[in-house]
Design a protein around this ligand. Structure first.
Ligand SMILES: [Zn+2]
Length: 396
């Protein structure tokens, strides 16, 4: 450290980059950011969806650190003025028998303070989560399994970006593949995020020839039984999803919307006739992902906790409100309800998202700050009585 000869400085930088990447990967981070700031480079990790500060690199080393990353990813080190992208395979410590190779993608971008670099981590064995381990209640899992066992219908998973919708769809597809062997399953995705063995997966290009709508039209002639349609984004895709569900196909899809009531009304607003919607849609599951309170330091955020790196959180759980489109709900949808009318009526089927999230605070699974960040509503809106009932619900 602090030696001036260029040879040892270079050696220091190599070790430093090795150390940051190894330790970054060990935390389970999905991205490692090297961001130019006035004092040098700020290294930040994306863990459980949140960026946290990890380390500071003094400015005398900044350029060499980014340069080392570029060498590793086979980028042009002498070009500092253009964005570049490359990849590498990180083999880990050869002395560590548990070390597994990890694919990394390095992207650089010139900024006014020098080059910024981001490493995207492709973990060798992505965590394949089963339906039972997402954080859904037993009742919710049963409801999804029953819907998936039907020969036809539309199952919608909704939530904002980063709420784990795709993970839930994948878990449903794997569950279906294992429990209902012999049904032909095809997915249309943008992009394909996980490979699922024994399932035909098609990558969509929403702005090219292979749009969701066009692919769905052609696909229906391929005699599929189950179709995972990555996302319903517009009225044309909504219409064909409904049409497919009404003609004997089981369709699983996602919609970017808040809760089950909003999701249903969204379909009506996209121009789907209410009588068609009620005949097609079977289940709506709206969800969020909440960071869990760190079990090592109990979320004290003391700063020294190696498990959560002082953030107070480690790992995530889904919290969901899953509703069945039953007879009373159908009758209500046919009358074109407002979101709040429908929301009120759906309370008959159990606690809503806020109540279920509040129950997780009571159980010390997460805390109010996380709920406020993710669900964005004040807990005062939830009466103690409701919290108690949703806790029982979540305990099942
Ligand atoms: Zn901790």
């Amino acid at each position: 450290m602090g030696r001036q000869s260029s040879g040892s400085e270079r050696h220091d930088v190599t070790d430093l980059v090795d150390s940051i990447v190894s330790r970054g990967l060990a935390t389970g981070a999905t991205d490692i950011h090297f961001e130019p700031v006035d004092a040098g480079l700020l290294v930040r990790l994306r863990i459980d969806g949140q960026l946290i500060d990890f380390e500071s690199i003094p400015s005398r080393l900044s350029e060499n650190v980014v340069s080392r990353l570029k060498v590793l990813a086979s980028l042009l080190t002498y070009r500092l003025d253009i964005p570049q992208e490359g990849s590498l395979r990180w083999e880990g410590d050869p002395a560590d028998p548990k070390a597994v190779g990890t694919d990394l993608r390095v992207a650089t971008f010139p900024t006014i303070r020098g080059e910024r670099a981001v490493i995207r981590v492709f973990h060798g064995t992505p965590q394949l989560q089963g339906l039972d381990s997402l954080g859904l209640t037993g009742d919710q899992v049963d409801l999804l399994r029953a819907a998936v066992a039907q020969p036809a219908g539309l199952i919608v998973v909704s939530g904002p970006a980063g709420s784990g919708k795709t993970t839930t769809l994948y878990a449903m597809i794997r569950d279906l593949r294992d429990r209902h062997v012999g049904r032909s399953v095809i997915t249309l995705e943008d992009p394909v995020e996980q490979r699922i063995d024994r399932v035909t997966q098609i990558q969509i290009n929403p702005y090219g020839e292979l749009s969701y709508e066009r692919c769905m039209r052609s696909l229906l002639r391929q005699d599929p039984q189950v179709i995972l349609l990555g996302e319903v984004r517009d009225s044309r895709t909504a219409a064909i999803a409904i049409e497919a569900a009404l003609t004997g196909h089981l369709i699983l899809t996602t919609v970017h919307s808040g809760d089950p009531a909003e999701t249903v009304v969204r379909f009506l607003e996209m121009g789907i006739a209410s009588y068609q919607l009620v005949s097609a849609i079977t289940v709506v599951c709206s969800q969020r992902l909440l960071r869990k309170t760190c079990s090592d330091c109990a979320g004290s955020s003391a700063g020294d906790c190696s498990r959560c790196l002082g953030t107070g959180y480690a790992g995530r759980t889904a919290v969901a409100q899953a509703i069945r489109i039953d007879e009373p709900t159908r009758a209500l949808i046919l009358r074109h309800p407002t979101v709040s009318d429908l929301r009120e009526a759906l309370k008959d089927q159990g606690p809503d998202l806020n109540e279920r999230a509040a129950a997780l605070v009571t159980q010390h699974v997460t805390d109010e700050a996380e709920i406020a960040r993710v669900v964005g509503t004040s807990l005062e809106a939830v009466s103690p009585q409701q919290s108690a009932s949703s806790q029982q619900e979540a305990d099942r």
